[in-house]
Design a protein around this ligand. Structure first.
Ligand code: ATP
Ligand code: MG
Length: 366
């Protein structure tokens, strides 16, 4: 069966540290999986972070942002390194990442946390609790207490110094992240848990009211609500009860880090950041790992799984996404491990060889 070739423009931002090593692999895996599904990618590589600072004097060159905005999806490696650590704030590589997220208006951050059967011993939890965990945290990324005004320092009536921040959410901000939550749950197991602190905070009371209202658009998704303190506890006690969690910026920051520890391996975890109508940004949750950069030691699987998220959530190419995820599982089944997830009886390989084995697995799914 032949079908018309679909074409997508992808911006590649390898960045710093292990970024370029793992990006090379993700690019090859995307190309191969795509070609098997009648998809052709046009890749454009652009500088961001430390590499952009060295090249252009700024961490996010205008051209990088404009090319990224015009593309169908963006794949990012990692940003930062020792070399630029003492730079002023506006000349820090990480500032480039914040500017990129703001420029793309990505308000929804999706972070899956699954305990793969092959890596269950890497989990920080007991086997019985960890086995079978497969959840997704959908975090609001551009609102809430990190951005709310007023904020700052001042003095109280006793003349003591104070610091203050404001948790603000408008209806449109809650509605759009709620819809991402429901859509995500619909693509998964159809269960959405909204996490808030509606017993104490007004912004959370509105949050709960709007999420409940939006639920009527998604009769096929089962909605529940949970207070954040309970959610933090339940994530450790019985993480299997969760499918998709939707929550605000600060609760999502904390809960997604907590959830990632359940899986035990930072080198395995991808993420997606989505906007309303523009392209999404897809990147591993780990950093640039300067301690192992250039040594062919990095685990490329978080990057490869980010490419799978790009296909699913950025382009709607579910078959190609599945193909890549299955290839990762198959490679682990065949016993290949990088140093960060190595256990007894497994084959230790470097970044490059792991990439080659994933390509072999994709090829064998044909
Ligand atoms: P950030 O850049 O987000 O602040 P960080 O500098 O705190 O992150 P990372 O760069 O993620 O942290 O590195 C933390 C540790 O995990 C380091 O020891 C690093 O070598 C290791 N690490 C990170 N990513 C990988 C990977 N893909 N494969 C193997 N080890 C990794
Ligand atoms: Mg770092």
């Amino acid at each position: 069966v032949t079908s018309a070739t679909k074409r997508y423009n992808i911006t590649l931002l390898p960045g710093d540290g292990i970024g370029p090593e793992i990006m090379n692999i993700a690019k090859d895996v995307l190309s191969l999986a795509g070609s098997q599904e009648g998809i052709e990618f046009q890749f454009k590589e652009m500088p961001v972070g430390g590499v952009a600072l060295d090249l252009t004097g700024v961490p996010l060159p205008e051209e990088t942002l404009s090319i990224a905005k015009q593309s169908d999806a963006i794949l990012l490696g990692a940003i930062g390194g020792y070399k630029w650590d003492s730079n002023e704030k506006h000349l820090k590589p990480e500032t480039g990442l914040l500017q990129l997220r703001a420029g793309l208006e990505v308000f929804a951050n999706l972070r899956p946390a699954s305990v793969l059967p092959q890596l269950v011993d890497s989990s920080t939890l007991k086997r019985e609790v960890a086995e079978g965990v497969d959840l997704m945290v959908v975090r609001e990324l551009t609102g809430g207490i990190y951005f709310g005004k007023p904020r700052g320092f001042g003095t109280n009536e006793k003349g003591e110094e104070i610091g203050f921040n404001t948790e603000v959410y408008a209806t449109y901000e809650i509605d759009r992240i709620a819809r991402v939550g429901f859509e995500t749950a619909r693509k998964r197991r159809g269960k959405l848990c909204s996490v808030d602190k509606a017993n104490v905070l007004e912004a959370s009371m509105l949050w709960r009211k709007r999420v409940t209202a939006i639920a009527s658009e998604y009769p096929d998704v089962e909605l529940s609500h949970m207070y954040v303190d309970n959610a933090a506890m339940q994530l450790i006690r019985d993480p299997k009860q969760f499918d998709t969690i939707v929550t605000n910026n600060i609760f999502g920051d904390i809960l997604s880090d907590e959830a990632s520890m359940i899986t035990g391996s930072i080198g395995m975890l991808p993420s997606a950041s989505l906007s309303d109508s523009g392209p999404g940004l897809f990147e591993p949750i780990h950093g640039s790992a300067p301690d192992i950069a250039g040594q062919d030691k990095a685990n490329p699987l978080a990057m490869v799984l980010s490419a799978a998220m790009l296909l699913r959530y950025g382009l709607g190419e579910e078959n190609a996404a599945k193909k890549i995820e299955n290839a990762v599982l198959e490679t682990l089944n065949r016993g290949y491990r990088t140093g960060d997830t190595l256990s007894d009886g497994k084959k230790l390989v470097g970044c490059k060889e792991m990439g080659e084995e994933v390509l072999r697995s994709v090829d064998s799914e044909r």
